[in-house]
Ligand binder design. Structure first.
Ligand code: ADP
Ligand code: MG
Length: 380
């Protein structure tokens, strides 16, 4: 029996799509599969058309008036494919568990009660590195980390890899991981350059299978179906079958799907602390930081530009409407709420990445170009 968490704190990188379609493909290969939706956004449940009042909240919480056992909430998706649905209440567990002793072991204990019924248990994690994700990692022996081939997904990957190392070494829990390219757009030359970068960096930790971008994957989720049920001859369906074969291959070796995790973990300030101390510190710090959000104004002169964005380590280098600057007399600006900390950032002026010319604080990044630096003080 194998328990595999699908995790990455970045949203929109293909976790849920992978969880749903890998689970379906494994069950089509004759395996008994349980998919646990551990994301309060319940995308996996919605993506399989399962709308439930009950979720892991009823199983884990000690405050709920409707306490249930996991077998009470398991729903059948297809033959030999079951799921534990999620709902928004699952999000409240982060807070409820914050002070509980042994909180990172809750899921492990619950899964143990039903593990013998399945060959595979997949856990679709929320896009965060909170207690629920740590529970998922602690309950799993393997992790699949889906990534898109974007320039900064490598930086995001380092966070989750640090947490996996923490769980493995501090909690003495054997856990292996592998990275899956989950949205590969073969029409873009950039994608191939990125793929090479992932290969150089992660080599044997990368799945051979690549999931290409395929509109059928997007459409099937909206219709509440697996891609195999929606269009089994689509590229998306074929890719996930290939991935399932690669995952199944490791069964023959009677070991986990992956080679050993490299040793070069960077512990940062976690060094020397026990895991629960580190978690507590992080959570307490988070709570304080929310109260200390500062309004930071980013501005940039670009007279003839058509669009200007700012992106950086404060938003995991995401590029969305929140970080689009507005123009006022040739000067572009946006005000963003940021926690105290030191952040790297760049402007993107008509698609071209640029350091901030007005900011003397800079740092060279791992791609060899320059990021600007901003420090937000604790006084806001
Ligand atoms: N390979 C793919 N091709 C096209 N669209 C995809 C692909 N993988 C995921 N998507 C779409 O991208 C969005 C985010 O994917 P999702 O799996 O929900 O990510 P996550 O769970 O990491 O937030 C969804 O709309 C999904 O349908
Ligand atoms: Mg998701």
């Amino acid at each position: 029996m194998r328990i595999i968490a699908i995790a990455n704190q970045k949203g929109g990188c293909g976790k849920t799509t992978t969880a749903i379609n890998l689970a379906a493909a494994l069950s089509k290969n004759g395996r008994r599969v349980l998919l646990i939706d551990l994301d309060p956004q319940a995308h996996a449940s919605l993506g399989l058309n399962i709308d439930s009042q009950d979720s892991m909240y009823n199983v884990i919480s000690s405050l709920t008036p409707r306490k249930l056992r996991i077998e009470n909430i398991i729903r059948r998706v297809e033959e030999s494919f079951d799921m534990v649905p999620s709902n928004v209440l699952v999000g409240t567990l982060e807070q409820e568990l914050a002070d509980e002793i042994g909180r990172e072991l809750k899921l492990t204990g619950i899964i143990a009660t039903i593990a013998s019924r399945y060959d595979y248990i997949l856990i679709d994690c929320a896009p965060s590195l909170g207690i629920l994700t740590v529970n998922a990692l602690r309950a799993s022996s393997e992790v699949i980390i889906p990534v898109e081939t974007s320039r900064f997904s490598i930086q995001g990957l380092e966070h989750i890899i640090d947490i996996i190392h923490l769980v493995r070494d501090r909690l003495n829990h054997p856990i292996e991981y592998r990275v899956l390219i989950a949205m590969f757009d073969s029409r873009l030359r950039h994608s191939f350059a990125m793929l090479q970068m992932f290969k150089d960096r992660f080599s044997q930790l990368l799945f051979d299978t690549i999931i290409h971008t395929n509109v059928k994957l997007r459409e099937s989720v909206v219709l509440g179906q697996t891609v195999a049920a929606y269009d089994k001859y689509s590229r998306g369906s074929k890719d996930y079958f290939t991935l399932a074969k690669e995952v199944l291959c490791a069964e023959a070796k009677e070991g986990p799907m992956v080679t050993a995790v490299p040793k070069e973990a960077r512990w940062g300030r976690a060094a020397g602390l026990t895991f629960s101390e580190t978690m507590r510190e992080t959570i307490e710090q988070e709570a304080k930081d929310v109260q200390k959000l500062a309004s930071v104004r980013f501005s940039c002169k670009a007279q003839d530009a058509k669009s200007v964005f700012v992106t950086g380590s404060f938003n995991d280098w995401a590029l969305d409407d929140n970080c689009r600057l507005k123009q006022l007399n040739g000067c572009w600006e946006v005000v963003l709420p940021l926690k105290p900390g030191i952040y790297q950032y760049q402007f993107i002026i008509d698609g071209v990445w640029k350091e901030d010319p007005l900011n003397p604080r800079k740092e060279r990044n791992s791609f060899g170009d320059i990021n600007s630096l901003i420090e937000v003080g604790t006084d806001g």
